[in-house]
Design a binder for this molecule. Structure first.
Ligand SMILES: Cc1ncc(COP(=O)(O)O)c(C=O)c1O
Length: 386
C-alpha cells in the first residue's frame, strides 16, 4: 500500500474539537457569543498578555494593530522582506509606506543590524517596526525594541508562526505574546499554524486602551455608550467587520487546550529532523537557530545548496512529491513582488536573496510520526543524489 502523502503542514483536528464546534452550533450565538471572550481570555493567559482580541485571520490582526496604533499616510513601517505578503500589506492598508529590511541569510530573521540599515534608509518618520518570528524562531526583540524606540517607532510582532515559542535573552526570558518588548503581537490560526480555527487570528496586547481600539476596529468602529437607549450605537471612525465567530472560537478554545501537546510534538519532530539531517551536511542544513532559542517550530525549513548539487529547486520539489513528500518555499522576498517593485524600485537585499535561493520547508505537524521524518529525509537524500 502506498504511504500517505505528507504535506508540509496540516491541522490536527480530533473528535473533541468536532464536538466543541457541534455544541457551539446548537447554541444561540453563531457570531459573537460567550466563546469569543472565553477564547480571548484563555489565549491571553497562554501567551502571558493582559488582553487578547480575536479576529477573523492573521491579516486582519495586523491591519487592526495598524489602525489601533493610528499609523497612516506620511509614515513608514519597517518589514523584513522574507515574510508572507500580509506583513507588508497591512502598512499599505492604512496608507503607510513599507521600508523592507534585509534578513540574516541563515535564520531568515530581521536582525538589529538589518533593522538599523533599514532605519537609515527610511525617507519619512518610521512609526512601526514589524519583526517576523519566521518559522517560530524569535527575533532579537530587546535590541530591536531599543532601536525602534530610538527612532520613535513602536514594535508590532508578526507572531503568526510563533505561538508558544520562547527565547532566552540576557535581559530575561521571553514567551511570544507577553508584550515585554512590543506594543502588540499578531497571531494566525490558519490550518498549517500551531493551532487551527480555519480562518482565525488574535492580537495580544498589554495596554487596555489599545485593546479597546482594536475592538473598535474589529467591529465597524461602533460603540454602545453606557446608559444609552438599548438600540443606540455611535461611530466615531469607520471600522471593519473582522469578528471571529463563536463557532470558530469553540474550535480555538478546544485547540488551545492541546497547545502543550502540539508544542511538544513539534519540538520532538524538529529534534529528530536535526539528527537525521546531519549526514546531509554541508549541502543541506536546517535553517539557523538563534542563541537562546526555545522555539516551537511552525516550519521545518532547510537550506539546500542547489547550485553545488547541480539540481534546481523545482526538480527537487517534484522528486519529493513523487516520493509522497510535500514541500514549500517560505518565502519569495516580498520586495520582489510586482506591486512593491513598481512602488519602491529594485532593492538589493542580499540576505533575503541568499535565503530565498536555498530555503525549502519540509513536512512538520504534530500528527506526523517520527518514522515520517525518516521517510522525508530519505526522500530528500534521494532527490538530491546524496
Ligand atoms: C508571517 C505571516 N504573517 C501573516 C499571515 C496572515 O495570516 P492569515 O493567513 O491568518 O491571514 C501569515 C499566514 O499565512 C503568515 O505566515
Amino acid at each position: 500500500m502506498a504511504e500517505p502523502f505528507l504535506p508540509y503542514g496540516r491541522q490536527t483536528i480530533e473528535a473533541d474539537d468536532i464536538a466543541a464546534v457541534a455544541e457551539a452550533l446548537r447554541d444561540d450565538f453563531l457570531t459573537t457569543g460567550p466563546r469569543v471572550e472565553a477564547f480571548e481570555a484563555a489565549f491571553a493567559e497562554a501567551v502571558g498578555a493582559r488582553h487578547a482580541v480575536a479576529c477573523i485571520n492573521g491579516t486582519a490582526a495586523l491591519h487592526m494593530a495598524m489602525l489601533a496604533l493610528g499609523i497612516g499616510p506620511g509614515e513608514a513601517c519597517i518589514v523584513p522582506s522574507v515574510t508572507f505578503l500580509a506583513t507588508a500589506n497591512c502598512a499599505r492598508y492604512v496608507g503607510a509606506e513599507v521600508v523592507f529590511a534585509d534578513v540574516d541569510p541563515t535564520t531568515g530573521l530581521m536582525t538589529p543590524e538589518t533593522l538599523a540599515e533599514a532605519l537609515a534608509r527610511a525617507d519619512r518618520p518610521v512609526r512601526a517596526v514589524l519583526p517576523v518570528h519566521l518559522r517560530g524562531e524569535v527575533c532579537d526583540l530587546p535590541q530591536i525594541a531599543a532601536l525602534a524606540a530610538g527612532a520613535g517607532a513602536v514594535v508590532v510582532e508578526d507572531a503568526c508562526h510563533a505561538l508558544a515559542s520562547e527565547r532566552r535573552f540576557e535581559a530575561g526570558d521571553y514567551r511570544v505574546g507577553d508584550g515585554r518588548w512590543s506594543a502588540a503581537a499578531a497571531f494566525s490560526f490558519h490550518p498549517v499554524k500551531t493551532i487551527a480555527t480555519g480562518e482565525g487570528g488574535m492580537v495580544a496586547v498589554n495596554d487596555a486602551a489599545l485593546a479597546g481600539r482594536l475592538r473598535l476596529a474589529r467591529s465597524h468602529g461602533m460603540i454602545r455608550p453606557a446608559g444609552a437607549d438599548p438600540w443606540w450605537y455611535e461611530m466615531a471612525e469607520p471600522g471593519f467587520n473582522y469578528r471571529l465567530p463563536d463557532i470558530l472560537c469553540a474550535l480555538g478554545l478546544s485547540q488551545l487546550r492541546k497547545l502543550p501537546r502540539f508544542s511538544a510534538g513539534r519540538r520532538a519532530l524538529a529534534a529528530r529532523y536535526g539528527a537525521r539531517l546531519a549526514p546531509l551536511a554541508p549541502h543541506v542544513r536546517p535553517a539557523g537557530t538563534p542563541d537562546g532559542s526555545a522555539a516551537v517550530l511552525h516550519l521545518m525549513t532547510v537550506l539546500i545548496d542547489f547550485e553545488a548539487l547541480g539540481r534546481s529547486r523545482a526538480e527537487v520539489v517534484e522528486a519529493l512529491r513523487q516520493r509522497g513528500v510535500g514541500s514549500q518555499v517560505h518565502y519569495i522576498p516580498v520586495h520582489t513582488q510586482p506591486y512593491y517593485r513598481e512602488r519602491y524600485g529594485n532593492l538589493d537585499l542580499p540576505g533575503a536573496a541568499a535565503w530565498y535561493a536555498r530555503a525549502l520547508s519540509l513536512p512538520l505537524y504534530p500528527a506526523m510520526a517520527e518514522g515520517d521524518v525518516d521517510r522525508v529525509v530519505e526522500a530528500l537524500g534521494e532527490a538530491l543524489g546524496l
